[in-house]
Design a protein around this ligand. Structure first.
Ligand code: AMP
Ligand code: ZN
Length: 112
């Protein structure tokens, strides 16, 4: 499948990695929207959060636990935001499930 994030997960396209294990990869966003902005992706291809099922519960728990640990390590004591965009109206531009983690500035709400 011609998927940018599958290629990044496979190491075929370079990324600036923050963390990697058997199931997921965290890397810095190429167009950061906050002083700290990284993406967390499952290595397995999933189109978006709209494709998630109960079977993905442990994967999602692992993703959020890794995000919590990375944010603690990065000194995000003032907080952070985790966002996953879904589909056109959600602003999704890459069709492989990914979680944006944004931190180190005060983030507006609601998002645009
Ligand atoms: P979304 O618009 O929610 O699908 O998010 C896709 C994100 O991927 C955007 O924030 C892009 O800046 C980011 N992105 C696209 N290509 C790359 C890349 N090669 N390396 C790192 N981040 C990327
Ligand atoms: Zn993919």
């Amino acid at each position: 499948m011609d998927c940018l994030f599958c290629k990044i997960a496979a190491g075929e396209i370079p990324s600036t990695k923050l963390y990697e294990d058997g199931t997921l990869l965290a890397f810095y966003d190429i167009e950061p929207q906050a002083p700290l902005h990284f993406l967390v992706i499952p290595k397995q291809h999933i189109d978006s959060a709209a494709a998630l099922t109960e079977q993905d519960a442990s994967l999602l728990g692992h993703i959020y636990a890794v995000i919590a640990r990375l944010c603690a390590e990065q000194g995000c004591e003032n907080g952070y935001r985790v966002v996953t965009n879904v589909g056109r109206d959600g602003g999704q531009s890459v069709g492989h499930l990914h979680f944006h983690v944004l931190a180190k500035r005060s983030l507006a709400w609601p998002p645009g």
